[in-house]
Design a protein around this ligand. Structure first.
Ligand SMILES: Cc1ncc(COP(=O)(O)O)c(C=O)c1O
Length: 428
C-alpha cells in the first residue's frame, strides 16, 4: 500500500492540485488512490472497434472517442469514468395482450448497477469525469425527494471521493421534518450526502438553477470547489451517456445471435437527457429506430424545446420533432400514481418477472400498452425495444398504496409431530 504523493494529482498529473484542507485530507487521498485507477490513456474505443469492458474497468477513467457516426458533434467529451455495469442485457419481454405479431424487447438499464443503477449512471460517467477534470472537491445536484438521479450522484460522488450536496424537493408540510429513510433516501444518507430540503412552492418560484447556484456560492465562500450537475443530469454533456448507449445496442445487435432490427424504441422522459441522446443516436447510427418518449412531468412541447437546447449544445443540427415522438404519460402528476398504474406494475411483475418503477418506466409502459390497445394498427408487427431506466427504489415510496394487491402470504402449516431432520443450524 502506498500513499499518493504530492504534488501529483491522484487522478491526473495534468489536473490542478487541490490544497489540503478539512475536506481533502490525506486520509481521503489514501482512499482515493485505492478506489480509483488512472487509466486515462487507454481508450474506450479504437476506430469504432468494440472494446468489451473488463471487470477491472469499473471506476477507471478513460480517454473518450465517440462512435464514428457521432464524431461531428461538438464539443466531444475528453474523458469518461466507468461507473455502470455495461453492456446491460437485452431480452424479449413477453408482455400479455400485445397487438398481432408485435414483439417487445427490453434493454435492462435497470441492471446497470445496484446503488448506481438506472439510466443516470450513463450520464454520470461523463459528468463525473468533467467534475474531476475541473478539480472539483464536491458536487451539487437537485431533484424530487425520491430522485434516482440524486441517489446515483451521491453514490458516484462517494466512489470518486467527492462530497455530495443534494437539494431535494418535498411538500410544504414535510419540508421542516426529517425526510426519513425510504427508498433512495436511505442510500443517499448511508453514503453521507448532505441534504437540503426545499418546498415544491419554493422550487417552482426560485427554479432549480438559482437554487443550485445559491448553494454553489455558499460552498465557494467556504473554500470548496463545487461542480453543479443540473436536474436529472440533463445537459449536453450528459446527453453523451445515451449516445453511447445506442452504440452499445448497435454492438449487441451486430454481435448477438438474434438477428433483430428494432422498428421502435420506447422510453420514459423526466428531464429530457435520456431521450435526447437516444433519439439523436438512433437517428445518426445504423439503428434508425423510431423513438417514442412518454413524459412523466411537464408536457411534450416543453420537452421538444428542452431537447432542442441539448441538441443545439452539441451542434447536432437536427429538430427533435423529426427524430422523436413525445407523448404525455403524466397521469395525476409527477410521482403521483393511480391504483390502476400500480396494479399494472404488479401485473407486469407477476406475468414477466420484470419489476418496473412507479414514476418513470411504469408510467411509460402503462401508456404504451394503452396506446397499443387503442391503436393496435400503429404497433402491429413491429419490433420494439423498451428501455427500462431503473428506479426500483422509488417503489418503496408506494408500499402503502400497493399493500392491498401486492401479493399473498400465509402462515406455514407445520404439525407438531414433524420430526427435526439433519441440516444446518437452528438459525437462532
Ligand atoms: C428511473 C428513471 N427513469 C427515467 C428517467 C427519465 O430520464 P431523463 O431525466 O433523462 O428524462 C429518470 C429521471 O428523470 C429516472 O430516474
Amino acid at each position: 500500500m502506498s500513499f499518493c504523493r504530492w504534488p501529483v494529482h491522484p487522478l491526473s498529473p495534468l489536473l490542478p492540485i487541490p490544497p489540503i484542507n478539512k475536506s481533502f485530507s490525506l486520509q481521503r487521498l489514501f482512499c482515493l488512490s485505492h478506489s480509483l485507477t488512472m487509466d486515462a490513456n487507454s481508450k474506450i474505443r479504437d476506430d469504432d472497434a468494440p472494446k468489451q469492458p473488463t471487470s477491472f474497468d469499473f471506476l477507471t477513467r478513460k480517454a473518450y472517442a465517440p462512435p464514428s457516426w457521432a464524431s461531428h458533434l461538438n464539443p466531444i467529451p475528453s474523458h469518461v469514468f466507468r461507473l455502470g455495469h455495461l453492456p446491460t442485457p437485452i431480452h424479449k419481454w413477453n408482455l400479455p395482450n400485445l397487438p398481432n405479431n408485435t414483439e417487445v424487447w427490453l434493454k435492462r438499464d435497470d441492471l446497470s448497477g445496484m446503488q448506481l443503477s438506472g439510466n443516470k449512471v450513463r450520464k454520470l460517467e461523463f459528468l463525473m469525469a468533467d467534475a474531476v477534470a475541473q478539480g472539483a472537491d464536491c458536487v451539487i445536484t437537485i431533484g424530487g425527494i425520491q430522485s434516482n438521479h440524486c441517489r446515483a450522484t451521491a453514490v458516484a460522488a462517494k466512489y470518486l471521493n467527492l462530497d455530495c450536496f443534494l437539494i431535494l424537493r418535498t411538500s410544504k408540510v414535510l419540508v421542516d421534518q426529517d425526510p426519513g429513510l425510504t427508498g433512495n433516501l436511505l442510500v443517499e444518507r448511508l453514503v453521507g450526502a448532505h441534504i437540503d430540503l426545499i418546498s415544491k412552492e419554493e422550487y417552482a418560484k426560485i427554479g432549480s438553477e438559482s437554487l443550485t447556484n445559491l448553494l454553489k456560492e455558499k460552498l465557494l465562500n467556504e473554500g470548496r470547489r463545487p461542480y453543479v450537475i443540473p436536474v436529472g443530469g440533463s445537459n449536453s454533456l450528459g446527453t453523451w451517456g445515451y449516445i453511447e448507449a445506442i452504440w452499445e445496442i448497435e454492438q449487441q445487435l451486430q454481435t448477438g445471435t438474434s438477428k433483430i432490427k428494432f422498428d421502435d424504441m420506447v422510453v420514459a422522459c423526466g428531464s429530457g437527457g435520456t431521450v435526447a441522446g437516444l433519439s439523436l443516436g438512433s437517428w445518426l447510427s445504423t439503428l434508425k429506430a423510431k423513438v417514442h418518449a412518454f413524459s412523466v412531468c411537464d408536457d411534450p412541447d416543453y420537452f421538444y424545446d428542452f431537447v432542442q437546447g441539448l441538441l443545439n449544445g452539441l451542434e447536432a443540427g437536427v429538430n427533435p420533432r423529426d427524430i422523436v415522438n413525445i407523448q404525455n404519460a403524466k397521469g395525476l402528476g409527477y410521482a403521483i400514481n393511480t391504483s390502476e398504474e400500480l396494479k399494472f406494475v404488479k401485473e407486469v411483475a407477476a406475468a414477466t418477472g420484470v419489476v418496473l418503477d412507479p414514476v418513470y418506466s411504469g408510467k411509460a409502459a402503462y401508456e404504451m400498452m394503452k396506446d397499443m390497445a387503442d391503436n393496435p394498427k400503429k404497433w402491429e408487427g413491429r419490433k420494439i425495444l423498451f428501455i427500462h431506466t431503473g428506479g426500483l427504489l422509488g417503489l418503496y415510496d408506494k408500499v402503502e398504496q400497493m399493500a392491498s394487491f401486492a401479493g399473498n402470504w400465509r402462515r406455514m402449516d407445520v404439525h407438531e409431530e414433524v420430526p427435526r431432520g439433519d441440516g444446518i443450524g437452528k438459525m437462532f
